[in-house]
Design a protein. Structure first.
Length: 300
């Protein structure tokens, strides 16, 4: 399959520049890692940016305890492969010490509980910058972000404190207790990500490729059958060939009917679909401003 190599190399160069700026401007940055394709792309770019040295940022994973098993295995294998330092913030531990309260009922999810654990992990590690894989094309709340996104001492986003970014000049100055979220792949699209991963032959979790799985339908979304979701009366489990377009907590990550078994198949599928990438995320459907609300609380 043909790719616009110049376009992809320009995106790569921009992202690597941002990563190096973070290493230069901040004392203690961390790279947020979910095990999804965007965070895997971030690790790959960081590896290229600082090679032959090791990636200078530890990886921070906020573990809900309800992840796909394939995600955790891939995470551990990748960390071992590149020799990275992995830090895990546990939602289960936060529940056990009553820092957060677990939701109950058929629509319960731990996804929203990640915010408190993330903020605690950033505070505990005294990180002054947290690198994330958010992209502007994903969701309208993320379209407002700049590369260097200021957060106050409570981890909350305040657009009035955003620094201007003229001619790719980034300002990382902050007061004690404040920090920045940094988004090096802001200008990438889902299609860009897949084309670049294909061009670079980056290994990905098997969840992204078509596979048979037990699923059930809820509110027009297919969810993977698991012990973490209480089913409603009438919801029946059936076998289907599916894949993930995003990867998160199993309770809110929808899967898609698909026969795309190769990266090129996925690129063709993404290029022709009208459904947004996060269209299968049930956590985004809780309200029209769900992502915006989580961002203001410090979610990403």
């Amino acid at each position: 399959m043909n790719y616009n190599i110049n376009h992809l190399k320009e995106l790569e160069s921009e992202s690597i520049y941002v990563l190096r700026e973070v290493a230069a401007q901040f004392e203690n940055p961390v790279l947020m890692f979910s095990g999804g394709k965007d965070s895997i792309l971030m690790v790959h770019l960081a590896y290229k940016a600082f090679f032959p040295a090791k990636v200078p940022f530890p990886l921070l994973h906020i573990d809900t305890g309800h992840n796909f098993p394939e995600t955790i295995k891939f995470r551990d294998d990748l960390v071992e492969k590149i020799g990275a330092n992995l830090i895990v913030g546990s939602v289960q531990e936060a529940i056990d010490k009553r820092m957060v309260t677990e939701e109950k009922g058929v629509n319960a999810s731990r996804n929203g509980l990640q915010t408190a654990v993330l903020l605690e992990s950033l505070e505990k590690g005294k990180y002054d910058a947290a690198l994330g894989g958010a992209r502007r094309d994903e969701e309208k709340a993320r379209a407002k972000e700049r590369f260097f996104s200021h957060r106050d001492e409570f981890g909350q986003w305040d657009p009035k404190n955003q620094r201007p970014e003229l001619w790719n000049i980034f300002n990382g100055k902050h007061q004690m207790g404040e920090h920045f979220r940094v988004f090096p792949i802001s200008n990438w699209t889902e299609l860009d990500v897949w084309q670049y991963l294909a061009m670079e032959k980056v290994e990905l979790p098997s969840l992204y490729y078509a596979h048979e799985r037990d699923v059930f339908e809820r509110d027009g979304v297919l969810l993977a059958d698991c012990d973490y979701i209480e089913k409603k009366p009438g919801e029946t489990v059936f076998r289907e060939t599916v894949r993930c377009r995003t990867i998160g907590d199993m309770t809110c990550t929808g899967v898609w009917k698909s026969n795309a078994s190769t990266t090129d198949d996925i690129i063709e599928e993404v290029a022709t679909t009208r459904m947004t990438e996060r269209g299968g995320r049930t956590d985004d459907k809780r309200s029209e401003t769900s992502m915006e609300d989580r961002k203001r609380k410090g979610y990403f």
